[in-house]
Design a protein around this ligand. Structure first.
Ligand SMILES: Nc1ncnc2c1ncn2[C@@H]1O[C@H](COP(=O)(O)OP(=O)(O)OP(=O)(O)O)[C@@H](O)[C@H]1O
Ligand SMILES: [Mg+2]
Length: 389
């Protein structure tokens, strides 16, 4: 992912020569800003204006400029710092007021804030329309079928959206099993990728991921302890965010891995699937996890979907009882079909490859169909070539 560089235009309306020179020097040396000489420009991102001999009229002009959106941000300066200048200056909509003589650090600080605001608003805009959808999958306990769910969900999405790019990320450090479930040989993993953190572009990700015959791109977890690998803080969250630019759907096998990264990823997810079986300890875990996930603040109500895996109609704990204990609906049940699930795992196949018409394969297909829609195509870069191959 390349960081978009953007240059903001700055105009100086300053009469005092030393003040003008001092500001020009600061701005010329500040990457991200350029001084605009053209007085007839339609719009300027930042205007620095000196209050002169007729403040009342100048403040009126300033209000009009801001109202017409001719000026993005306004900074004011004056040799006087009395309240009769400062108060109307702030009321007129000035973001900062620089006393004279100019303090370069104060000016740089104010420009820095503007740059950050501008970058944030740009990336926010991009996100609206065209980022891929994240689906997180986590387990209420070990061994409940989280990886089975993630793998079959991802491949089912790919099966009903053939021209979309689907990624499957294994977050289970040291115990990741996604490659085994899909019979994939690979020596890459996200820890290796983390060593090249500055290069999260499409070409690099494509070379670092392994492709399953279904079309799904897999990002395996590291399987060995590497004392040398020091991933930057927040790396996994950044990685998933970068992937959203190229992939239409990103399914994450979060296993039972909970840290800051995972909570941030849950917050960005279209849905968080919490896989459980209908045993009492597991149901109690569901209730606890649900509370933690909702109290983390990032996951909106209704985005957490509880899945009852290995479901038997005649089970000791009924669906209704389980819902009551958990305090919310169980969104979906997946039939218990141990023979099929084991055959799939032991052959490195997904359930639809073993039996497309099986009860379990049909459930995954229905779920995939419900999430696949006419997603906006991502730019894709080098991945684009693979869309229809
Ligand atoms: N619908 C199903 N019916 C019967 N058995 C199932 C079903 N789904 C998964 N299983 C079985 O449950 C077991 C655990 O599956 P899986 O490895 O996917 O769970 P997990 O929660 O990812 O485990 P771990 O905590 O080890 O990562 C496997 O033996 C799998 O075959
Ligand atoms: Mg697993």
């Amino acid at each position: 992912m390349s960081i978009q560089t953007k240059t903001l235009s700055v105009q100086l309306a300053i009469k005092t020569r030393e003040v003008r020179e001092s500001l020009s020097k600061i701005i010329r040396n500040y990457e991200g800003f350029s001084l605009q000489k053209d007085q007839d420009a339609v719009r300027v991102d930042v205007l620095v204006l000196e209050i002169g001999s007729d403040p009342a009229t100048e403040f009126e002009t300033i209000r009009a400029l801001l109202k017409e959106n001719v000026v993005g941000s306004l900074f004011l300066t004056s040799s006087r710092t009395t309240t009769d200048i400062l108060l109307p200056a702030l009321r007129a909509g000035a973001k900062e007021f620089f006393p004279q003589p100019i303090d370069p650090d104060e000016v740089k600080g104010a420009f820095h804030k503007i740059l950050i605001e501008s970058l944030q608003s740009t990336s926010g805009g991009e996100e609206q329309a065209s980022l891929g959808k994240i689906f997180s999958v986590l387990g209420a306990k070990g061994g409940v079928g989280t990886t089975t769910f993630a793998v079959n969900f991802a491949t089912s999405i790919q099966a009903c959206a053939k021209d979309k790019l689907v990624a499957l990320v294994d977050m289970n450090r040291l115990v990741g099993e996604v490659p085994l479930f899909l019979d994939l040989e690979t020596d890459t993993n996200w820890e290796e990728i983390g060593k090249n953190f500055s290069r999260l572009d499409a070409a690099y990700l494509q070379s670092a991921m392994v492709r399953h015959s279904s079309g799904v791109y897999v990002m395996p977890a590291p399987s060995k302890f590497d004392a040398e690998a020091h991933l930057p803080t927040g790396f996994l969250f950044q990685l998933v965010k970068s992937m959203r630019q190229f992939f239409d759907y990103i399914i994450i096998d979060s296993g039972m891995y909970f840290d800051d990264n995972s909570f941030k990823i849950f917050a960005e997810s279209e849905a968080v699937y919490l896989v459980s079986i209908l045993s009492l300890p597991c149901i109690i875990n569901v209730r606890r996890l649900q509370e933690s996930i909702y109290s983390s603040g990032g996951v909106a109500n209704g985005k957490l979907r509880i899945i009852a895996n290995r479901f038997e109609k005649k089970a000791q704990v009924s669906l209704a009882e389980a819902s009551k204990i958990i305090g919310s609906e169980i969104s979906m049940t997946i039939p218990n079909n141990y023979r099929l699930a084991m055959r799939a795992i032991n052959n490195g196949k997904v359930v639809a490859e073993i039996s497309r018409k099986s009860d379990v394969a049909k459930v995954y297909q229905t779920l995939a169909e419900s999430v696949v829609e006419s997603a906006v195509e991502r730019p894709g870069g080098i991945f684009n070539w693979f869309r229809k191959n």
